[in-house]
Write a protein that binds this ligand. Sequence first.
Ligand code: SF4
Length: 234
Amino acid sequence: MTDKKTTKSPSCAGCTFDIPERVCMKNKGKAAKGCPTLMQKKVLAEANKEYEIAAIQKFANKAALQEAQGYANRDQTPYVMQPCKTRIVETCEFAMKMEYKKIGLAFCLGLSKEALVVEEIFKGYGFDVVSICCKAGKSPKEMIGITDDQKVHKGKDESMCNPIFQAKTLNSEEVDFNILLGLCVGHDTLFFQYSDIPTTVLAVKDRVTGHNPLVPIYNCESYYKKIRFPDIKE
Ligand code: SF4
C-alpha cells in the first residue's frame, strides 16, 4: 500500500489479534493499524532482495534449518511443539552448518568461569577458539571521561570495558564467527558496531538475575510489578 511517514508506525508488540489469525501468519489474515506487512511493502521488497545474495541466502537458510531442528518429532500430527535444543547446542550446530572453523569468544571478565566452559564446549565440537575478555588492554576509564566518583570502586584504578578492542582483535584474528558472552548494555552495541565478523549472543549481562533479563518480565504482574512504575522511589 503506502510507505509514507504520515502513516502509523509499526507496533507489532501491541497487535491484539490471535497469532494464527494475523496477516503475517496467513493469507487474508487480520492486521493492526500500521501493520508492516501491509504498510511497508517497499521496505519488504528491499529486505527480501537481500536474500538473493548467495552468502546471505546461505546464512538465512542455515539459520532456518537450525530453527526447525530445534524441535523434536516434527512428523507427528497434530504437532505440538517440542523444543529440544539449548542455545549453546544450537550455536555449535549452526556454526557447523556454516562450516566455520574458528570462533571468536568476546566475554565479560565477570563471566570468566563460564567463558572457560564455553571455550571447552566449542573446542569439543572441533572449533578453534580465540577468546578475549572485556578488560583486555587495561585502558583506564579516565580515557573516556569517567571521574573517580563515577567508578564502580571509587578512588581506585579501574580498567574500562573495551569492546572496540575486543572486536578489532577478533577482526584481526580473522575468526569466522563471534560469540558474545555477558557483555554489558552499550558495550555490546559498540562491539556490534566495530565487528567485521558475523556475531551472535550466547548470553547478555544481567547482574541481578543470573543473566536472564526475562525474569523481570515474567514477574512484572506479581512481585516485580514496580517495574511498571519507574517513578516510585525504592
Ligand atoms: S505484522 Fe501486522 S498482523 Fe503481524 S503482528 Fe505485526 S501488526 Fe500484527
